[in-house]
Design a protein around this ligand. Sequence first.
Ligand SMILES: *[C@@H]1O[C@H](CO)[C@@H](O)[C@H](O)[C@H]1NC(C)=O
Ligand SMILES: *[C@@H]1O[C@H](CO)[C@@H](O)[C@H](O)[C@H]1NC(C)=O
Ligand SMILES: *[C@@H]1O[C@H](CO)[C@@H](O)[C@H](O)[C@H]1NC(C)=O
Ligand SMILES: *[C@@H]1O[C@H](CO)[C@@H](O)[C@H](O)[C@H]1NC(C)=O
Ligand SMILES: *[C@@H]1O[C@H](CO)[C@@H](O)[C@H](O)[C@H]1NC(C)=O
Ligand SMILES: *[C@@H]1O[C@H](CO)[C@@H](O)[C@H](O)[C@H]1NC(C)=O
Ligand SMILES: *[C@@H]1O[C@H](CO)[C@@H](O)[C@H](O)[C@H]1NC(C)=O
Ligand SMILES: *[C@@H]1O[C@H](CO)[C@@H](O)[C@H](O)[C@H]1NC(C)=O
Ligand SMILES: *[C@@H]1O[C@H](CO)[C@@H](O)[C@H](O)[C@H]1NC(C)=O
Ligand SMILES: *[C@@H]1O[C@H](CO)[C@@H](O)[C@H](O)[C@H]1NC(C)=O
Ligand SMILES: *[C@@H]1O[C@H](CO)[C@@H](O)[C@H](O)[C@H]1NC(C)=O
Ligand SMILES: *[C@@H]1O[C@H](CO)[C@@H](O)[C@H](O)[C@H]1NC(C)=O
Length: 415
Amino acid sequence: MFSLYSYYLLLLVLALNTSSNFGNMETEALLIWKASLLNHSPSLLPTWTISNSSSYFNTTTTPCTWFGISCNNARNVVKLNVSSLGLQGNLRDLTILYLWENQLSGSIPPEIGNLKSLVDLQLAINTLTGSIPASLGNLSDLTTLYLYDNQLSGSIPLEIGNLKSLVDLLLYTNTLTGSIPPSLGNLSDLTTLYLNENQLSGSIPPEIGNLKSLVDLELNNNILTGSIPASLGNLSNLTTLNLFENQLFGFIPPEIGNLQSLESLALFTNNLSGTIPASLGNLSDLTTLYLHKSQLSGSIPPEIGNLKSLEILALYTNTLTGSIPASLGNLSDLTTLYFYDNQLSGSIPPEIGNLKSLVDLEINTNNLSGTIPASLGELPNEIGSLSELDHLDISYNNLSGPVPKEVGNVPSYYI
Ligand SMILES: *[C@@H]1O[C@H](CO)[C@@H](O)[C@H](O)[C@H]1NC(C)=O
Ligand SMILES: *[C@@H]1O[C@H](CO)[C@@H](O)[C@H](O)[C@H]1NC(C)=O
Ligand SMILES: *[C@@H]1O[C@H](CO)[C@@H](O)[C@H](O)[C@H]1NC(C)=O
Ligand SMILES: *[C@@H]1O[C@H](CO)[C@@H](O)[C@H](O)[C@H]1NC(C)=O
Ligand SMILES: *[C@@H]1O[C@H](CO)[C@@H](O)[C@H](O)[C@H]1NC(C)=O
Ligand SMILES: *[C@@H]1O[C@H](CO)[C@@H](O)[C@H](O)[C@H]1NC(C)=O
Ligand SMILES: *[C@@H]1O[C@H](CO)[C@@H](O)[C@H](O)[C@H]1NC(C)=O
Ligand SMILES: *[C@@H]1O[C@H](CO)[C@@H](O)[C@H](O)[C@H]1NC(C)=O
Ligand SMILES: *[C@@H]1O[C@H](CO)[C@@H](O)[C@H](O)[C@H]1NC(C)=O
Ligand SMILES: *[C@@H]1O[C@H](CO)[C@@H](O)[C@H](O)[C@H]1NC(C)=O
Ligand SMILES: *[C@@H]1O[C@H](CO)[C@@H](O)[C@H](O)[C@H]1NC(C)=O
Ligand SMILES: *[C@@H]1O[C@H](CO)[C@@H](O)[C@H](O)[C@H]1NC(C)=O
């Protein structure tokens, strides 16, 4: 591909995507690299300079007019072609290497691990194959590593756990196999970890619970097994936890209820068993709760009614029993309630009529019954008062009594 030490020919096609706030980062990276060139090489790039009249942090100071540089209309550098100039030097002082969204193929050269000054390495959205080189673990200043949307295979090198400065690790949508290295638990500054949409197997290492800075953890769409580590309950800044579409089993650890910042919890399509922990009622910022398509049993904890920010509650296709808690009537932001395909019994609580934001209510295919006739008579009046309701499915239950005319106001209904 390219030799990293002799730049008699350098042709790099870059796709830099820096926002206007950081427009001068491109300039800075290029000037630092120019300064690192050997012998008379810097003088071969006379146009690569900032004029005294423009402020260094002036975002109009882009290198677009420099020799060998091409920009798009947004004044981002899209191409760097300084081939055949006889430049001598290396890329070791390069801090930013963005090659994303191109049609680069072949494997990532292990020599990239020699670019010791790299802070930001983005090779995402290409057709790169082969494995992730272990040598990347040598890039001790790296804060950002984006390799997503490629065709990378093999396992995640445990050496990635050496990247102590790493903040964002995005490896999603590849064909990575093997297990998640426990060494990733050493990345104490990591805020984003996306390993989703790969073929990762084995269990989730408990060491992930050491990543105290983590805000977003997405391991969904893999073939992970084992149980969810209780240690994840230590991730106090976590806002998103996506573990769906894996083969996880065992209980949902009650410690998940400690994740006070959590806004979205998606554990669906796994093989989770046991009851829904009452502690989930502590997640006051939660807007979406997806626990459907597992083997959860027991009754729905009334504490779910404490989740005042909840908009979507999906518990369908489990083996939940007991009755629908009246406390759910407190969820004033709830738009979607899917409890279908369970074994819920008892009557539909009249408090469901308090859910003013409800658009879609599907509680069909359960064992719900009407406590004849009074409560059932109440039900349709309440449902008729849900002005936003667009879809109602209460079919395949043991409900009895007449169908009240108010139900006719709902655009789509199945009784
Ligand atoms: C590229 O930049 C645009 C605008 O600055 C931004 O909306 C987009 O998300 C960026 N894409 C990536 C992959 O960072
Ligand atoms: C910029 O200004 C400094 C002194 O203020 C001067 O030495 C230098 O030659 C100037 N550079 C250019 C490119 O004009
Ligand atoms: C930025 O620099 C350009 C010329 O390089 C100048 O015309 C413009 O006034 C400067 N803007 C600011 C905000 O300094
Ligand atoms: C790069 O620059 C060389 C020399 O100026 C030129 O021959 C070549 O066509 C350029 N290639 C691209 C892809 O711009
Ligand atoms: C870089 O990484 C490779 C593979 O992990 C290792 O063998 C090599 O010793 C490292 N080199 C340096 C200079 O750290
Ligand atoms: C990194 O993690 C591994 C596995 O969890 C551990 O054995 C090792 O001691 C850690 N290294 C450092 C330097 O923290
Ligand atoms: C958690 O987030 C807060 C607010 O953004 C921040 O001050 C704090 O340092 C974070 N904690 C960790 C361990 O990163
Ligand atoms: C992390 O979680 C585990 C399991 O819940 C617990 O035993 C441990 O004390 C926690 N560690 C810290 C540092 O909070
Ligand atoms: C799911 O878990 C049950 C026991 O909880 C077990 O019998 C079953 O084989 C598991 N299914 C899969 C696909 O792992
Ligand atoms: C979390 O929920 C459990 C069970 O509902 C409760 O006993 C506990 O006090 C709650 N903890 C916090 C910190 O709110
Ligand atoms: C929540 O709902 C229950 C049962 O309907 C009710 O007793 C309770 O007062 C409600 N709590 C709040 C805070 O609205
Ligand atoms: C449905 O509920 C009735 C009582 O209302 C109970 O007798 C019956 O066993 C339940 N059926 C199932 C399949 O759970």
